[in-house]
Design a protein around this ligand. Structure first.
Ligand code: GDP
Ligand code: IMO
Ligand code: MG
Length: 421
């Protein structure tokens, strides 16, 4: 059986911490999509670690960690991350596995990402510039190079051919930067990558399932950044939702059991695109300051706003969420009153659904006000000690979205999580 942890908003919900928390109950932790655009933060021995490519179960020695076929892999980022992980005494050669079918991010993909974003001017997506979209374009365009290709002697020829194609595109963008240093790093890190466990990921994972092992699939980004169901075109280039687990790992839908959706107690978004509940005032600034809302991958300030129950209910529907995990509840400690969005007013009509496109519409969020708990909660360890006002906030969300919150995270550390009983 396979359980899933994925984001229900626009990413950065705290998935890394939650995966690390649940990892001891699983044998395999598997990333199924995305790439180094992800930044999953966890704390180990009081030290902050941000993982971009490696699954967040890597610090649990009894877990095998798989980078699935649905991931796009930048070997340079991977090598750096493996060095960090090794400095904590973890042997990646023992518990990290990489699918042969995962596509490689080439230096020219990063250059193309940058050139494409620059050409869009003020309409830019706000990409992390990690080469995600060009790499997935080469996958669906049937040009990409895969990890398994590294093991074939024709790899260099294929690389040169694809690089030439990319160069023509870069010339069209009038991209002038010298990327030879990137290429040097790339080839050096490929040698490192070849020494890791490169496997047939779909057999690896299905064999584990047959042996009765427990698998946890770790999502990257969030449901509202999904290529099909997110706020297109301000999305990433993969299926961040549950369907991505099947295609990104090679597991059948009947194997999926729990889908644990992670949401912040409020809402953030980094990069461009619609965000109906965004706050452009002092409250938004306060959320950013208290929540330390700066991107784990790019350092950019995250846009902040109240929780959006229209988007959350939609994400619960698309993913088949069975449990909701609410993070960063402690960030709301400072507020006397909280707002939750329960409708979108568009042209004098109130909707409870996500419109086909949100970019060209003026969406006026309809807020329902709830009392804040306005008391420090970061040190609370038991459900019975949580303030009633927080339980009322949770109860309102449960009823609105139709799925219950099962855990409340009240701080970044491993022990700051409370099961709802
Ligand atoms: P991810 O991409 O979903 O893994 O999330 P990020 O790591 O990008 O961002 C989440 C941030 O919130 C990180 O800095 C975490 O350390 C932090 N965090 C996670 N859970 C909590 C929580 O319950 N309270 C607080 N205050 N911080 C949290
Ligand atoms: P985690 O896994 C938040 C956003 C970017 C941009 C858009 C497209 O840490 O939650 P891309 O580089 O994918 O082409 O960027 O998606 N984005 C994220 N936002 N968290 C992430 O990952 C993100 N990965 C991509 O900011 O708006
Ligand atoms: Mg993140």
């Amino acid at each position: 059986m396979v359980d899933v942890i994925l984001g229900l908003q626009w990413g950065d919900e705290g998935k890394g911490k939650i995966v690390d928390y649940f990892a001891p109950s699983y044998d395999v932790i598997a990333r199924f999509q995305g790439g180094p655009n992800a930044g999953h933060t966890l704390y180990l021995e009081g030290k902050k670690i941000v993982l971009h490519q490696i699954p967040s179960g890597i610090f649990h020695e009894r877990c095998s960690n798989l980078i699935g076929n649905g991931v796009v892999l930048d070997p340079v980022t991977l090598k750096k991350e493996c060095d960090t992980v090794a400095s904590f005494g973890i042997d990646v050669k023992k518990n990290l596995f990489i699918s042969k079918r995962a596509h490689l991010i080439l230096p020219t993909h990063r250059a193309l990402d940058k050139a494409s974003e620059t050409s869009k001017g003020s309409d830019k997506i706000g990409s992390t510039l990690k080469g995600i979209s060009p790499a997935y374009m080469d996958k669906t365009g049937r040009n990409g190079l895969r990890v398994g290709d590294l093991l074939d002697k024709s790899f260099t020829t294929s690389y040169i051919r694809l690089r030439l194609k990319h160069q023509r595109l870069l010339d069209n963008f009038n991209f002038q930067e010298d990327i030879s240093a990137w290429e040097e790093d790339f080839f050096e890190s490929l040698e490192f990558l070849k020494q890791l466990n490169i496997v047939d990921g779909e057999y690896f994972i299905n064999d584990k399932i047959t042996q009765g092992k427990k698998v946890l699939a770790e999502g990257a980004q969030g449901s509202m950044l999904d290529i099909d169901f997110g706020t297109f075109p301000f999305v990433t280039s993969s299926n961040t939702t549950t369907s991505g687990v099947c295609s990104g790992l090679g597991v059948a839908p009947q194997k999926i059991r729990d889908v644990m959706g992670v949401t912040k107690a409020y809402c953030t978004r980094v990069g461009g695109g619609p965000f109906p509940t965004e706050l452009h005032d002092a409250t938004g600034e306060e959320l950013r300051a208290i929540g330390k809302e700066f991107g784990a991958t790019t350092g950019r300030p995250r846009r902040c706003g109240w929780i959006d129950l229209i988007a959350l209910k939609y994400a619960a529907m698309i993913n088949g969420v069975t449990k909701v995990i609410m993070t960063k509840a402690d960030v709301l400690d400072a507020f006397k009153e909280l707002n939750v969005c329960t409708g979108y007013r568009i042209d004098n009509q109130v909707y409870e659904s996500i419109p086909f496109q949100m970019t060209r519409l003026h969406i006026d969020p309809q807020f329902h006000a709830l009392a804040g708990w306005n008391t420090p909660t970061g040190a609370v360890r038991a459900y019975s000690e949580l303030p009633q006002t927080m339980l009322d906030y949770i109860g309102f969300i449960n009823r609105f979205i139709g799925v219950n919150i099962s855990h409340i995270s009240n701080g970044p550390e491993r022990e700051q999580i409370i099961p709802v009983s």
